[in-house]
Write a protein that binds this ligand. Structure first.
Ligand SMILES: *Cc1c(COP(=O)(O)O)cnc(C)c1O
Length: 425
């Protein structure tokens, strides 16, 4: 459920008209809803909290890569969320937004030594180690710094899942994590090092998962491994279950609800007496944001094909180009006109800059405002300046209040980042 609704025929973010935001901030622009972020967090927290016997003292660590805006992170941090991070930049974002270091998890397949050192120095909660070479480098870094750190070994449970091959991470051939047998060996090596402290296991098998079966299978692998490690005299106090729960991009109820998900996790973990970490990204943020855009023009070809050309492009919202993802597109001004098929495209010079083919939409005119829904996760965070297009600004609403939480850069700022060497001056 979200807080983007029509009021008197105009789409609003909470109590703020998207027309007002477009008039003051321009388009394209991302608009986020505080009430929706809060609601999604609470629904998940309550679902997990319903199983205190099995999911004790849980941590919900928001996956910063889904939406790294400091205002979004601060909103979630105030609710008690931690952060799942995959780079030094993301750790810095989480800290800057007020996330306590002991709620920050550092994941990722290619953490540089400098990033590992930064994380150890910052006192993060745990580093999820994804390979043998990484463990060796982390041990060396921790020895150098004379400071320990808790680690979890990320297991690749050989259960892939997700809405698209490019967002499946738990398959045997995916680059993430280590096979269960090797993870057991790494765990023992970490314990023997004396430099780092293995506290648990982690997994994250993919994203936009709408079926609980693969998640259950992956959690079961962690459970079995926990028991095995304990029979070998090793302590396991935390299990990091990753993120990945899917959201209904086309509206309607979720196919796997947070309540069912939490009940399933509780069922698998019951009796293990471990602290569970959850790393939702999309689940919290996707439907808490829209990408507001204006129609540049409608180009009707002689053969009747209608191209709806928007001022937002694949550089602003990559998911359709990258993952063939579906985003609903709503007119900001409600109309009762009968929908007709449109090809919805952006201005970028790539055929891939196509948001939808043959999408039934009410006919609109140049200048009309529209909004892609479900754009709060992997939207702005993936945006780039391809075609030298300025990054879209971001706006956060909270009831009747709203604020620009990232300014649109100016062209001068964009150009000022480059330098012409003296021999060309
Ligand atoms: C991307 C990622 C997540 C979040 O995934 P969602 O599908 O957005 O929930 C969580 N954990 C790790 C390790 C990730 O890489």
């Amino acid at each position: 459920m979200d807080h983007f609704d029509y009021r008197d025929g105009v789409l609003h973010a909470e109590d703020v008209s998207l027309e007002t935001i477009a008039a003051e901030v321009g388009t394209p622009a991302y608009v986020y809803s505080t009430a929706t972020l809060r609601r999604h967090y609470r629904v998940l927290a309550e679902a997990i909290g319903a199983h205190p016997d099995a999911l004790r003292d849980p941590l919900i660590a928001f996956a910063v890569k889904a939406n790294g805006n400091l205002a979004v992170l601060a909103t979630l941090a105030r609710l008690g969320a931690g952060a799942d991070t995959v780079s030094e930049g993301e750790i810095r974002r989480a800290l800057a937004a007020g996330t306590p270091a002991d709620r920050i998890v550092f994941s990722g397949v290619g953490k540089a030594d400098s990033e590992l050192a930064f994380a150890v120095g910052a006192g993060v909660r745990q580093i999820n180690v994804e390979s043998r070479p990484e463990l060796e480098r982390l041990i060396a870094v921790a020895r150098d710094l004379g400071r320990g750190v808790d680690v979890a070994i990320r297991v690749n449970p050989k259960v892939g899942a997700g809405g698209h091959a490019k967002i499946t991470t738990g398959g045997a051939t995916d680059k993430f994590g280590v096979a269960p047998e090797e993870a057991l060996a790494l765990y023992a090596e970490a314990a023997a090092s004396g430099a780092v402290t293995p506290v648990g296991l982690a997994c994250h098998i993919g994203s936009q998962i709408t079926d609980l079966a693969p998640l259950r299978a992956a959690f079961g692998v962690l459970r079995d491994m926990t028991l095995t490690l304990r029979t070998r005299g090793l302590e396991v106090t935390r299990l990091d279950l990753g993120g990945g729960l899917g959201v209904p991009y086309a509206g309607g109820a979720p196919t796997a609800s947070p309540a069912d998900y939490a009940a399933m996790a509780a069922e698998v973990l019951r009796g293990l007496e471990v602290q569970a970490t959850f790393e939702p990204g999309r689940l919290l943020a996707a439907n808490a944001g829209v990408l507001l855009t204006r129609v540049v023009h409608v180009n009707v070809r002689p053969d009747g094909r209608r191209f709806l050309v928007l001022d937002a492009g694949m550089n602003d919202l990559m998911r359709p180009a990258l993952y063939d993802a579906f985003h609903d597109l709503k007119p900001v001004h409600l109309t009762s006109a009968a929908p007709i098929a449109h090809d919805v495209v952006g201005p970028v010079c790539e055929t891939g800059d196509t948001f939808a083919r043959d999408r039934p939409l009410p006919p609109v005119e140049a200048g009309a405002l529209m909004a892609f829904t479900g754009a709060g996760a992997y939207g702005a965070s993936m945006a780039n300046e391809y075609n030298s297009r300025l990054l879209a600004p971001e706006v956060l609403t909270d009831g009747a209040r709203w604020s620009v939480v990232r300014q649109r850069p100016t062209y001068d700022q964009m150009l000022a980042r480059d330098q012409i060497p003296d021999w060309l001056q």
